[in-house]
Design a protein around this ligand. Structure first.
Ligand code: SAJ
Length: 418
């Protein structure tokens, strides 16, 4: 497929779960690709995966980017332990690239940032380091990434996108580039800030909806109402309802992180996002709520929490992947240890951080089990097996198992809202 006349070579800075799929997509669309990353281990792994004839070359040399027409930044934008945005990696990448920024290049930021960051943080570093003027000498656009790790259906090649530009020409050139990758599935926004705001709004929307059902779960558990059944009932309404489900917490590098970008940015303008902050507090409280369910269950069995062995199954933040960033599992473990319990963890996707290597070892001597991640591999945890292992309490942090099956086996079952 021929690329548009303006672009032949694309540079991608940051070859993680966002940048690398973009490299592959651009190569399939006929571009030559220069991938740059600072992580040697990652570069070695990627180099092994590349066939010699590949249109993609990877390395840590930013000077290679002076010959490309488009440079896309796909670097991490985490938050600090105080939940404040950390633009360190983005600023470092801009400083490394700026000396090689050339007249006429199109620079795009895909990393998730709050409104204002592209223009107020990225642009000044690029201009200072290159002596060029954004909008006049080079174009600058923001096209927020929407990669959904582990999603079987949606990927870099078919997820619709939005894009905003520093000026009209930046927007037009950015649209031309992304339409060469995705066809018409690219919506132009009126500004960089609008494009930055779209991504934050998408993910804050999800966080507040999860907080809503988490609060319902805590309320309904006092009324003997199964919140999952109620949500599934509400979801029979074919319009104006979008089901979310309660759980032991909200993990990942998107949903629990992105709202803080908006909260912190608005604070600088004197506005407090009370609602977003409340939703964040509520979702973060689910790990303690889950540990409390363990205490309740063991109490019913007249077993003290102190020195009792408890197995936490699942460290990844969602099923079927090994990513454990911001995973609530670690908060649950901390909360249980504060009760004086002896916690054993097991996640087949995160072996390096698991205390043991098998489900059997995790259950051995455990009086309580917490299911924190709904990996398919945990389906084998059947009630009889639990009973034989001496498990007395099961806290189902993802409402993953059949409550009835465990209760019939004489195991005290506590779900999240059921
Ligand atoms: N979670 C709940 N209840 C829910 C949904 C999720 O407790 O109803 C929890 C999950 O267990 C997990 C966390 O929230 O710990 C995040 O889950 P997620 O399904 O939102 O997964 P992410 O973090 O991979 O979110 C990504 C996001 N994609 C991008 O930012 C590009 C998000 O916008 C998508 O909506 C989401 O995937 C998706 O729909 O799968």
């Amino acid at each position: 497929m021929r690329t548009p006349k303006s672009f032949q070579i694309v540079g991608v800075i940051g070859l993680g779960y966002v940048g690398w799929p973009l490299c592959l997509l651009a190569a399939t669309k006929g571009y030559k690709v220069e991938g740059v990353d600072i992580d040697e281990q990652k570069l070695q792994k990627l180099k092994k995966s590349l066939k010699k004839t590949a249109r993609i070359s990877v390395g840590n040399d930013f000077s290679k980017l002076q010959k490309v027409e488009v440079v896309v930044f796909c670097v991490p934008t985490p938050v600090t332990l105080k939940q404040v945005p950390d633009f360190g990696p983005l600023q470092a990448a801009c400083r490394s690239f700026a000396p090689f920024l050339r007249q006429g290049q199109l620079v795009i930021l895909e990393s998730t940032v709050n409104p204002g960051v592209t223009e107020e943080i990225m642009l000044p570093i690029l201009e200072k380091g290159s002596g060029l003027k954004g909008g006049r000498d080079f174009s600058l656009a923001h096209c927020p990434e929407r990669i959904n790790p582990g999603d079987p259906k949606w990927n870099a090649a078919n997820i619709p996108r939005v894009i905003g530009g520093l000026n009209k020409e930046s927007l037009e050139r950015g649209l031309e580039f992304y339409r060469s990758l995705l066809g018409e599935n690219v919506k132009p926004m009126n500004s960089l800030r609008e494009a930055e705001a779209v991504k934050i709004v998408e993910n804050a929307f999800r966080d507040v909806n999860i907080a809503f059902v988490n609060e319902l779960a805590m309320s309904f558990s006092t009324m003997d109402i199964d919140v999952v059944n109620v949500i599934e009932g509400a979801a029979t309404k074919p319009f104006s309802f979008l089901a979310h489900f309660p759980g032991c917490g909200v993990g990942g590098h998107c949903i629990p992180v992105d709202p803080y970008y908006l909260i912190e940015r608005a604070k600088e303008n004197g506005f407090d996002h009370d609602f977003l902050s409340l939703a964040r507090r509520l979702n973060r409280s689910m790990s303690k709520f889950t540990a409390g369910l363990v205490a309740k269950g063991l109490n019913e069995a007249k077993i003290p929490m102190r020195d009792t062995r408890i197995a936490v199954l699942g460290l990844a933040y969602k099923p079927g992947i090994s990513d454990d960033r911001e995973s609530p599992s670690y908060e649950i473990i901390r909360a249980l240890e504060e009760y004086g319990s002896r916690v054993i963890s097991f996640d087949p996707f995160v072996p390096q951080k698991s205390s043991v290597g098998t489900l059997g070892e995790a259950l051995r001597g455990a009086k309580a089990v917490v299911l924190a991640t709904g990996h398919r591999e945990f389906q084998d945890l059947n009630p009889a097996y639990c009973k034989r292992s001496g498990v007395v309490v099961l806290v189902d942090g993802r409402n993953f198992f059949s409550k009835e099956a465990f209760q019939e086996a004489g195991i005290i079952y506590k779900g999240i809202g059921r």
